[in-house]
Design a protein around this ligand. Structure first.
Ligand code: SAH
Length: 214
């Protein structure tokens, strides 16, 4: 599988489309322009890879819609070398965007098959820096805390409290909250036990589930 001129062209058009909806910062657009989304998907979905829509990645899960990936990354507000924890690696696409932007990425996936697929996808594209974990994101990664940003890419029914304890002061957690539909919520930690919460529109995510699956 390769990244052809045609793929690059489609990627450019996709970025133009999402930029019409929101004025995203250049480093984010540059990263999305570089990461070949089609190489995170089954070959059979190649022709759909650069449409602004979620797509199946197996194990009843989906790769997030490109606009959603852009918006969550934007809301994190992180820069090069910042430490970020992602909950829900899926196929690894969002992980690659964060890595491409130069962040130090820690990502957790609860489904074994996806954890393995993400490892393969990221390695094949030369992304060796992100640290991938097979485990339950509700527990986070206390050994590696604190994180400047925490990005939850599945729908949490309530704010995952343990994760807040792993957030650095001055850092932000971006989490879709709700069951059927989710509000995109940003929780900024402004003091040891002080948080400021803002809401950023409605989205639809696969659910955040407890425990791991083999
Ligand atoms: N970041 C991915 C999104 C994948 S969909 C992307 O780039 O497209 C969300 C993922 O969250 C699914 O793979 C699902 O298995 C995973 N997930 C759900 N609950 C989880 C949990 N408690 N811990 C870790 N991963 C979880």
């Amino acid at each position: 599988m390769t990244d052809t001129l045609q793929h690059k062209g489609r990627r450019k058009i996709l970025l133009e489309q999402i930029s019409k909806r929101f004025s995203f910062e250049q480093p984010l657009l540059d990263a999305m322009g570089k990461v070949p989304r089609h190489l995170f998907l089954d070959a059979g979905l190649d022709h759909l890879a650069y449409l602004d829509r979620p797509l199946p990645i197996g194990a009843k899960q989906t790769i997030s819609q490109p606009f959603t990936v852009a918006m969550q990354t934007h809301l994190l507000g992180l820069k090069r070398f910042d430490k970020v924890m992602e909950i829900g690696t899926g196929c690894g696409y969002q992980t690659a965007i964060l890595a491409q932007m130069g962040m130090r990425v820690f990502s957790i996936e609860r489904q074994k098959s996806l954890f393995i697929a993400a490892q393969k996808n990221l390695a094949a594209l030369g992304y060796h820096a992100p640290l991938l974990f097979y485990g339950d994101g509700f527990a986070g990664l206390p050994k590696f805390a604190p994180f400047k940003g925490i990005l939850v890419t599945c729908a949490a029914p309530d704010v995952p409290g343990i994760l807040l304890t792993q957030l650095a002061t001055g850092g932000k957690m971006v989490v879709p909250l709700g069951v059927e539909y989710q509000k995109m919520v940003v929780i900024e930690k402004i003091g040891e036990n002080e948080f400021v919460t803002t809401e950023h529109g409605e989205y639809k995510f696969v659910p955040m589930l407890e425990g791991v699956e083999k």
